[in-house]
Write a protein that binds this ligand. Structure first.
Ligand SMILES: Nc1ncnc2c1ncn2[C@@H]1O[C@H](COP(=O)(O)OP(=O)(O)O)[C@@H](O)[C@H]1O
Ligand SMILES: Nc1ccn([C@@H]2O[C@H](COP(=O)(O)O)[C@@H](O)[C@H]2O)c(=O)n1
Length: 515
C-alpha cells in the first residue's frame, strides 16, 4: 500500500485476498493514497488531482479503503455531497479545494476539475490554440452536457469515467480515469456556476476571490512552468480572452455563491467553516447498518424471488456432513463442492432462455432451449465466495469473473468495501453473485449496490449462496426486489453475533482450515 494509506484497520476480520484473476484481463493494479496530510502542494497538470482519494484508478481494480454503506436499508443511495468552487483563473480554486480536503481529513473525497470537460478541438482549432488565439474562456469551449451527466452520476454514486486533460497539448489524454464511490466531490472550474443545470447539482457553492493582479502574476508563473507557455503568449491570451471572460461570465456568478472566500488558500477560517459544514452533512447521513438489518423484517413471509434447491435426501445428506462440527476439512471441501455444483445447475435455470430448435443425428427436429442473455459474469464476494468459483467454472463455459472484498468492521459491525475488480462491460450481462453464506445480508447488499453502481440491471442479478438466514433473504429482497435469490437452505435465526443458527460455522475458516 502507498505510504499515505493507513490501510485496513486491525479491527477487521482477516480475510485472504487472492491475486488470481480469472477475468482474462491483466491483474496489474494501482493503489491510490488517502488524503495527503502534508501541507506541501502538489503540482497539478491533469484534470483529476492524484492521488487524493482511494477511489480513483486508471486500471480495472479499484481500492476503496473500507468504505461503509453509502445507501440505506432500502438499498437507496445516499447522494454524494458536491461542493462547487468557482472563481477566476489562478484565483486559487485548486489550492482551496486541496485545503478543504486536508481539513476534512476524511476518505472518499475526490477533486474533479472542469478542465476535464474542455471540448475536443478540431485540427484547425488546435492550430489556432497553438498560437494562443483560441478562446478557452468562452462557455462554448466546454462540454456542459458531459460535465452535468458525469457530475450527476457521481452524485448518484455511479462509477464514472473522467477524461484527463493536458494543457500542454490542449487535448484529452488517451486514458480516462475511473472514479467510484465518492462521499464528497469537490468540483472546481471557472464556469462552475454559469449554467443553472450545473448549479443544481452543487450542494454548496464557494466562490474563490483574488485580486486580479495577483491572479495574473500566478497565472504567468504557472502557465510558463507547468503548462508549457511563454510570457508573451500568456499575456496575449490573458488580455484577449481571460480578463474579458472573467468580467462577462465568471464574476457575475458570485451572486450564486453560498460562501465567498477572499484570499483563497490563505483563508484558514473559511476553509475550516466549509469543512465543518461538510462534516455535519455527512454525520446526518450516517447509518448503523448491520444491526438495523438484523431486526428489520422479523415475521415477514419469504419473498417470491427466493428459490431454494429441493431438499432431496442427497442434498440433506450433504448438509448433514457440512453442518457436523466433527467433519474433517477434506470432507468439508469435498461435500461443499458437490453442493455448489448442484446449486449452480439449479441457479442457471433462472437465467433467460428462449426456444431453440436443433436437428438430431437422426435428422429429426428437437425443440430445445437456449440461454438468451447477452453474456454471463460471475462476481465472488471475498473470501468465502471465491470458494465457489471452481464449481461455477465446471458448469459454465466462457464465464468472466470479478471480485469484491467486503470486510466486517468489528467495532461498528458494519460491512466495509475494500476492493472491486469488475469484468469489462458487466452492465450488459447477467451476473451470478456468489457468497458461501448470507447472514444479515449486509455484505450481499453492498455487493449488489456495487453492481448497480456499475449499471448492471437489478433483474439481471442472481445472488447465489449455499446457506442463508431468513434475515439476509429479507434484507436483500426488501432492498432489491428484482434480484433472484438462490440457495440450498434457509435457516431461521441469527445469534447476537449475527451468526446463522443452526448454521455450519464460519464457512471460510472451515474451507481454508484457518479456524
Ligand atoms: N494563496 C496563495 N499564495 C501563493 N500562491 C498561490 C496561492 N494560491 C494559489 N497559488 C498559486 O497560484 C497558482 C494557481 O493556483 P490554483 O489553486 O491552481 O488556481 P486555480 O485552480 O483557481 O486556477 C498555483 O501555481 C498556486 O500554487
Ligand atoms: N488548452 C487550454 C485550456 C484552458 N486554458 C486556460 O485555463 C484556464 C482555466 O483553468 P484554471 O486552472 O486557471 O482555472 C482558462 O482561463 C483558460 O484560459 C488554456 O490556457 N489552455
Amino acid at each position: 500500500m502507498n505510504c499515505m494509506d493507513k490501510g485496513p484497520s486491525n479491527h477487521h476480520k482477516e480475510r485472504r485476498l487472492s491475486s488470481r484473476s480469472n477475468s482474462g484481463e491483466s491483474d496489474d493494479i494501482i493503489e491510490t493514497a488517502r488524503i495527503p496530510t502534508s501541507t506541501g502542494r502538489r503540482k497539478r497538470n491533469t484534470s483529476v488531482s492524484e492521488p487524493i482519494s482511494v477511489i480513483q484508478t486508471t486500471k480495472r481494480a479499484i481500492y476503496t479503503a473500507g468504505r461503509p454503506p453509502w445507501y440505506n436499508e432500502q438499498g437507496e443511495q445516499k447522494e454524494a455531497f458536491i461542493i462547487g468552487l468557482s472563481g477566476g483563473s489562478a484565483s486559487g480554486k485548486t489550492t482551496v479545494a486541496e485545503k478543504i480536503i486536508q481539513a476534512l481529513d476524511f476518505p472518499w473525497v475526490v477533486l474533479l476539475s472542469m478542465d476535464s470537460f474542455y471540448k475536443v478541438l478540431t485540427p484547425e482549432q488546435h492550430e489556432i490554440a497553438e498560437q494562443n488565439e483560441y478562446d478557452f474562456d468562452h462557455i462554448d469551449a466546454f462540454d456542459f452536457d458531459l460535465c452535468c451527466e458525469t457530475l450527476g452520476n457521481l452524485k448518484q454514486g455511479k462509477k464514472v469515467e473522467i477524461p484527463m486533460y493536458d494543457f500542454t497539448t490542449h487535448a484529452r489524454k488517451k486514458n480516462t480515469k475511473t472514479l467510484y464511490g465518492a462521499n464528497v466531490v469537490i468540483f472546481e472550474g471557472i464556469m462552475s456556476f454559469v449554467k443553472p443545470e450545473l448549479r443544481e447539482i452543487l450542494d454548496m457553492k464557494v466562490f474563490v476571490d483574488a485580486d486580479s493582479d495577483e491572479r495574473l502574476a500566478r497565472r504567468l508563473r504557472r502557465d510558463i512552468t507547468q503548462r508549457g507557455r511563454n510570457l508573451q503568449g500568456v499575456l496575449h491570451q490573458y488580455h484577449k480572452f481571460v480578463k474579458p471572460a472573467f468580467e462577462q461570465f465568471i464574476e457575475p456568478t458570485i451572486q450564486y455563491a453560498d460562501i465567498v472566500v477572499p484570499r483563497g488558500g490563505s483563508n484558514e477560517v473559511a476553509i475550516d467553516l466549509i469543512a465543518q459544514h461538510v462534516h455535519t452533512q455527512l454525520e446526518i447521513r450516517n447509518l448503523n447498518f448491520r444491526s438495523q438489518l438484523a431486526n428489520a423484517h422479523i415475521g415477514q413471509p419469504l419473498p417470491s424471488t427466493l428459490h431454494v434447491l429441493d431438499n432431496t435426501p442427497q442434498v440433506q445428506g450433504i448438509h448433514t456432513i457440512l453442518r457436523d462440527q466433527s467433519t474433517s476439512r477434506d470432507d468439508f471441501v469435498f461435500y461443499s463442492k458437490r453442493l455448489m455444483r448442484l446449486l449452480f445447475e439449479f441457479a442457471l435455470s433462472f437465467l433467460p432462455h428462449s426456444d431453440h430448435k436443433v436437428e438430431t443425428p437422426q435428422d429429426k427436429v428437437y425443440d430445445g432451449r437456449k440461454f438468451s442473455g447477452t453474456g454471463l459474469c460471475g462476481m465472488s464476494i471475498l473470501r468465502a465466495g471465491e470458494t465457489m468459483e471452481p464449481a461455477l467454472f465446471s458448469v459454465t463455459k466462457d464465464i468472466r469473473l470479478g471480485k469484491i472484498l467486503i470486510q466486517t468492521n468489528l467495532e461498528t459491525n458494519e460491512p466495509e468495501l475494500h476492493y472491486i475488480r469488475v469484468p469489462r462491460k458487466i452492465h450488459e450481462d447477467h451476473v451470478i453473485l456468489m457468497d458461501a453464506t448470507v447472514a444479515t445480508g449486509a455484505a450481499a447488499m453492498m455487493a449488489i449496490r456495487v453492481l448497480l453502481d456499475h449499471d448492471v440491471k437489478e433483474e439481471n442479478i442472481l445472488l447465489v449462496s449455499l446457506l442463508m438466514a431468513e434475515t439476509g433473504v429479507h434484507s436483500v429482497a426488501y432492498a432489491f426486489p428484482r434480484v433472484q435469490i438462490i440457495t440450498t437452505a434457509v435457516d431461521k435465526q441469527l445469534d447476537s453475533n449475527y451468526h446463522i443458527i443452526p448454521g455450519l460455522g464460519n464457512f471460510g475458516d472451515r474451507y481454508f482450515g484457518t479456524e
